[in-house]
Design a binder for this molecule. Structure first.
Ligand code: GLA
Length: 728
């Protein structure tokens, strides 16, 4: 709910458990008053009156007069070039090179529901959702530039989304910085949490203590990146999984971004997230509009666990789309680690027969099926089935798989072009490049310039043609390189800095049209593993390949970190062969099953290599997974032990109605003669009893949460176990 208190000029944005409060200070500037646990907002008037230390300076200075010093005040969307010396939320330069602006409050409106963000992924509403929108309009009198701060309040989900809309005034403005959101904490949390790493090591959790100055994370690669996820959380020293403040901010965007926390001289934090200014610029003519990507804000007073569960619920229900949003996802077999580029009809059919026998539902033909693609060095862009490898094309394959009761999935990498391809020979100018400069190749490939409408349309048409050519029910969309030598001939001299963002708009345009055209297709996102695991992609792909690292032990950290803001059903986890292809490590099949079981399950191995015993246990495991899949799709996730703290990891999934749960425990490397303790569960009803399906014993909820479960560890490396319970 959004309430405006006329007398105090306070906006109170209320979700079920949280409050976000803004005050129009002396009718001039929207100031940040409060974000946190729910309070009665109208009563917060006093809170802002002593924002920072320099009382004598601020009490007498009226907003909008020369005596008013902005750096002492907590702004909702601070500008550049006047008396606020902290990082600005936006900066713009007019035709005369002037960068000073002073936008002041002009109007507000409160709307029912949430208008969509044209061309950009966003959290959406459905009929019956209690969602309201607040738009605060700021105007810079001299230039006529108008800025709309947009807040959407998702009451039931305990989520607020924010973005900013710029509208050009009289002359031309060149936007240089345009954050999606900015917020000044009066009392700053003490630490910043980020999800960092690289390929094969995505989204490891890092917690840093905030000090005076700026701490930031960014991507400059044109993809959200393996290196930094567009997510930050502010937490306190004592914030744990189950208690303490956690402020999570996630950007619904898949390209270069910047997220920063600036601690000023009074240790008050300014947190910001948005498109990375390093790769950004936008020319705004009179009346023209620029809309920033959306940021999702989640506060929890019950630690990181509840913050994650709030992200998970809204992402599952109101960010993911397509018929698979509400459906069980098929257990699939992907051919990549089994065959790499050496794939053909006979091999796929051989895998398929075995897969069917084990209970697998869909076979994905990964890379190598098109053009003359026998390795990494050719054919991207030529999306025609190689009939020598697949006689009769996908039509025949899909029909035969269907007869066996299996679906067909395919791998594509539509943003790319190989220099050795028909497409490149026909259109050498269609790739991203700057004339006269080297065209850096990455995995021997270049990127198509999707900022150009005709190129984006061509890619879209090719895909529609391909997906119409056979009964294909799943698409794995890959992206194996970053943007370099950026610019576009189509943009003209003054708009070159718009390239990065326009590339992403072009990609979103293709993805939106594909989603509309194929609402029953299961789209999976991939970028050399998890290089573009972000909420922007979740809008078009309800699941993402978390990492090209499929080693069970390494996956503990990757999946644990990813779960900070992304739901289990969106995180695909495949059981692969041993020794593991990436790391050479051997873990038991059971260990690998347990690692994947609480997530979106698939297989990525040569099934012929399984022993008869392993085939039997795989069959049993897949049938157990089907019983579990509802829990994976809708359950609440609790992280019980962090693999970032010790060699142990544990997590559990609890049904929304509390009737069922499953718990997984993992031990990594053993040292020898170690003491180990009970595994305490969370989120249960202390008064209720739970029967364990594994041993038939009945445990009290209080016992499970306070004394915990006994771990039957055998003292060896890579041990795991799993329990299921039903509430009595
Ligand atoms: C990327 C993906 C892999 C696989 C290969 C195919 O590396 O992450 O899963 O699809 O491409 O070339």
């Amino acid at each position: 709910m959004i309430t405006f208190f006329e007398k105090s000029k306070i906006f109170h944005l209320e979700t079920k458990h949280t409050s976000y409060v803004i005050k129009l200070w002396q009718g001039e500037y929207p100031m940040h008053v409060y974000w946190g646990k729910h309070v009665r907002g109208g009563a917060l008037d006093w809170y802002i009156e002593s924002p920072y230390r320099r009382r004598e300076r601020i009490t007498n200075a009226r907003a909008g007069t020369p005596q008013f010093t902005k750096e002492y005040w907590p702004f909702e969307y601070p500008c550049y070039g006047t008396s606020d010396f902290r990082p600005p939320a936006f900066r713009s330069c007019d035709e005369n090179g002037r960068e000073v602006l002073n936008p002041r409050y002009a109007s507000y409106r409160i709307l029912e529901g949430k208008p969509s963000l044209d061309g950009l992924p966003h959290v959406y509403t459905e009929d019956g959702d209690a969602v309201q929108t607040l738009e605060i309009e700021l105007v810079d009198e001299l230039s006529g530039l108008r800025i709309f701060l947009v807040y959407n309040v998702f009451e039931k989900y305990d989520v607020i989304t924010r973005h900013t809309r710029f509208q050009g005034g009289g002359g031309v403005q060149n936007l240089e910085i345009a954050c999606s959101m900015s917020l000044d904490f009066k009392q700053s949390p003490k630490q910043m949490l980020q999800l960092s790493g690289t390929a094969l090591r995505e989204r490891h959790i890092i917690r840093r203590t905030l000090e005076q100055g700026t701490m930031s994370i960014e991507s400059t690669r044109g993809i959200s990146s393996h290196q930094q996820n567009p997510f930050v959380a502010l937490v306190n020293d004592d914030t744990t999984e189950e208690q303490g403040d956690a402020y999570g901010i996630n950007l619904v965007y898949s390209s270069s971004f910047l997220a920063s926390v600036h601690l000023d001289m009074y240790k008050s934090a300014r947190v910001q997230i948005g498109v990375n200014p390093l790769n950004f610029g936008w020319k705004l003519g009179e009346g023209e509009i620029f809309t920033t990507p959306e940021a999702v804000l989640v506060y929890s007073d019950r630690g990181l666990g509840e913050m994650s569960r709030r992200f998970h619920r809204i992402y599952r229900d109101r960010l993911c789309r397509g018929s698979y949003r509400d459906k069980e996802r098929p257990v699939l077999l992907n051919t990549w680690e089994a065959s790499y580029f050496d794939i053909n009809y006979d091999t796929v059919m051989q895998y398929a027969r075995q897969a069917k026998d084990l209970g697998i539902e869909l076979v994905v033909v990964d890379d190598g099926w098109f053009g003359h693609r026998d390795g990494e060095d050719s054919s991207l862009g030529d999306w025609e089935v190689n009939e020598l490898k697949f006689p009769g094309g996908f039509k025949r394959l899909a029909e035969e798989l269907k007869e066996m009761g299996l679906g067909l999935g395919i791998w594509v990498e539509p943003e790319m072009v190989s220099p050795d391809s028909e497409l490149y020979r026909r259109h050498p100018d269609w790739c991203v490049h700057i004339e006269g400069y080297i065209r850096t190749e990455w995995r021997n490939q270049l990127v198509l310039d999707l900022s150009r409408k005709e190129v984006a349309d061509y890619v879209l048409e090719q895909l529609i043609h391909l997906l119409d050519s056979a009964e294909i029910s799943y698409v794995k969309w890959d992206c194996n390189r970053r943007l370099t030598e950026c610019g576009s001939e189509a943009l003209g001299r003054e708009r070159q800095r718009e390239f990065h963002h326009r590339y992403m708009l072009g990609l979103y345009y293709i993805l939106e049209n594909l989603n509309r055209r194929f609402p029953n297709m299961l789209f999976e996102n991939c970028a050399s593993g998890g290089g573009r695991f972000d909420p922007g992609m979740l809008y078009y792909f309800p699941q993402t390949w978390a990492s090209d690292n499929s080693d069970g032990y390494a996956r503990l950290k990757i999946q644990y970190g990813t779960s900070l803001c992304y739901p289990n059903v969106a995180i695909t986890a495949h059981i692969s062969d041993v020794p593991n292809a990436q790391l050479g490590r051997t873990t038991s099949l059971e260990f690998r099953e347990h690692v994947c079981e609480g997530f979106n399950l698939g297989y990525e191995l040569n099934l012929m290599h399984l022993s008869e015993k392993e085939k039997e246990s795989t069959k049993a495991f897949i049938s157990r997974y089907h019983e579990m899949s509802e829990l994976v799709r809708t359950g609440d996730f609790y992280r019980l032990k962090s693999p970032f703290k010790s060699e142990e990891a544990a997590w559990m999934l609890l049904a929304e109605d509390g009737s069922k749960l499953a718990v997984w425990y993992f031990k990594g490397q053993a040292v020898g003669e170690e003491a180990y303790f009970g595994l305490k569960l969370a989120g249960l009803d202390a008064e209720a009893d739970y029967v364990c399906l594994e041993d038939g014993r009945v445990y009290g909820g209080d016992t499970l949460m306070n004394a915990g479960l006994n771990i039957p560890w055998d003292g060896k490396d890579y041990f795991s176990c799993m329990w299921r319970f039903e509430r009595q």
